[in-house]
Design a protein around this ligand. Structure first.
Ligand code: ACO
Length: 391
């Protein structure tokens, strides 16, 4: 009898994700990559037991991210006593079916949990997307807020609101990317009441192709996305009583951590918090993250309601990206020209030299507020800048 290793597969390698272009010809695979993490789904060891030559293939159409799952294997472990093969279909169903079950029904692919015996379902997905003329007309949901070029390729940033069903449909399809790529990230509850959905902005990054790769295919191809939500912001200079009259659900006087809906009157200050930020692996380290983050920040800076931009639980990679982009922005907009250290000071014999003597703290605060950066991040940036000027 063969050993258990023969029946175990590394889940990070067994799962393949691909983006495909639909159109009036055989679908074209334009990207193919593996997840970074699978432990939230398949357990700490990231192993799947009970199959030989296991392949779990998740396909998404590149424009509207219609998903399809295909699971194949050469041999499945015969149940011996309590030992049986892992239930891949059952495990994935929990993750692939977002809380909004009606979205699952809408997506032809998610219902197609198949294995060898029912291979026809993937064939029907592939032929469905081949016949789908709607790709021609597809536009990302929401409104286009900016675009940029890298060499000859053009990329567009679109901003939508979670109250928009078209935004929720796409987000419902790609939430599986959170456990795959963002450690500690959590799913958005797409079934929340409108009041809660209103607080979320969703940003999509797409490549805009100059020509259709296939007849009737879309010219949009998904690169990444980000979510952000709006908090109430305590501001000493602004009256603090919220008198929101649009719904009885809103409290008259908001607590400090109150999460604001998007449609608040313009004078109510708020804090925008970037929650999830993802560039798909094939497109990483090419400057998309920096440009996409820059587009979000520019959008927040232009909005007078937003007083501060924060990030929820950034990881090291995101911290690097944010530091790099924020530092570049503050250098370019002249912020650091205002900030000077007083070098004509002698250290006191006892005790510490107060920071206020070294640097003008009121000026620092003014610059921080002007740039809408949270206190800790602004202090870090000033420190990084000052260190970089030490010769
Ligand atoms: N000079 C020097 N360094 C630069 C420059 C420059 N001109 N421009 C960018 N940087 C650096 C960054 O430090 C970083 O270094 P590396 O790629 O060499 O390791 C890199 O360049 C990042 O730049 P981009 O190419 O613009 O970023 P990318 O498109 O790779 O996006 C991101 C970065 C978002 C972290 C991406 O890798 C990703 O999505 N990872 C998986 C998901 C993730 O971790 N998301 C963040 C979770 S935290 C949250 O969601 C709030």
């Amino acid at each position: 009898m063969s050993g258990p290793d023969e029946w175990s597969a590394n889940a990070n390698k067994a799962v393949t994700i691909s983006l495909i272009q639909q159109g009036a010809a055989a679908p074209l695979e334009i990207a193919n990559f593996c997840p970074k993490f699978t432990y939230p789904i398949f357990g700490q060891e990231e192993q799947i037991f009970g199959y030989q030559n296991l392949s779990i293939h998740l396909r998404f159409t590149a424009h509207d991210l219609l998903p399809n799952l295909e699971v194949t294997w050469d041999q499945k472990f015969k149940t011996i006593g309590d030992v049986k093969a892992d239930d891949i279909e059952g495990t994935l169903r929990d993750w692939l079916s977002p809380s909004m079950s009606r979205f699952v029904l809408e997506t032809r692919g998610l219902a197609n949990l198949i294995h060898q015996a029912a291979f026809g379902k993937t064939l029907s997905y592939l032929s469905d997307i081949q016949d789908d003329g709607a790709g021609d007309l597809f536009k990302p949901p929401g409104e286009k807020i900016t675009s940029y070029k890298i060499k000859d390729q053009r990329f567009e940033v679109w901003r939508g609101r979670l109250v928009d069903p078209a935004v929720r449909r796409i987000l419902g399809r790609i939430q599986i990317f959170i456990p795959f790529f963002i450690e500690g990230g959590s799913f958005l509850n797409l079934e929340e009441q409108e009041f809660s959905l209103e607080r979320w902005s969703i940003f999509f990054l797409y490549e805009k192709l100059s020509h259709k790769p296939l007849p009737h295919s879309s010219t949009y191809s998904f690169i990444g996305y980000s979510t952000a939500y709006r908090y109430y912001f305590y501001d000493q200079d602004t009256p603090q009583t919220l008198t929101l009259t649009t719904s009885k659900a809103y409290p008259k006087q908001a607590p400090f951590d109150f999460i604001l809906p998007i449609q608040t009157p313009p004078h109510h200050p708020s804090r925008e918090r970037i929650s999830q930020f993802l560039i798909l692996p094939p497109y990483q380290s090419q400057g998309h993250g920096s440009r996409f983050y820059g587009a979000l920040v520019k959008d927040f800076l232009a909005n007078p309601i937003i007083k501060e931009i924060t990030v929820e639980d950034p990881n090291e990679a995101f911290d690097d990206l944010r530091d790099f982009c924020d530092l570049k922005r503050l250098r370019e907009n002249g912020t650091f020209e205002h900030i000077k250290i007083n070098t004509n000071l002698s250290m006191p014999r006892h005790g510490k030299l107060p920071t206020s003597k070294i640097i003008d703290k009121a000026l620092l605060q003014q610059q921080r507020i002007h740039n809408k950066i949270a206190p800790r991040q602004f202090d870090r940036l000033v420190e990084m800048h000052l260190l970089s000027t030490v010769s």
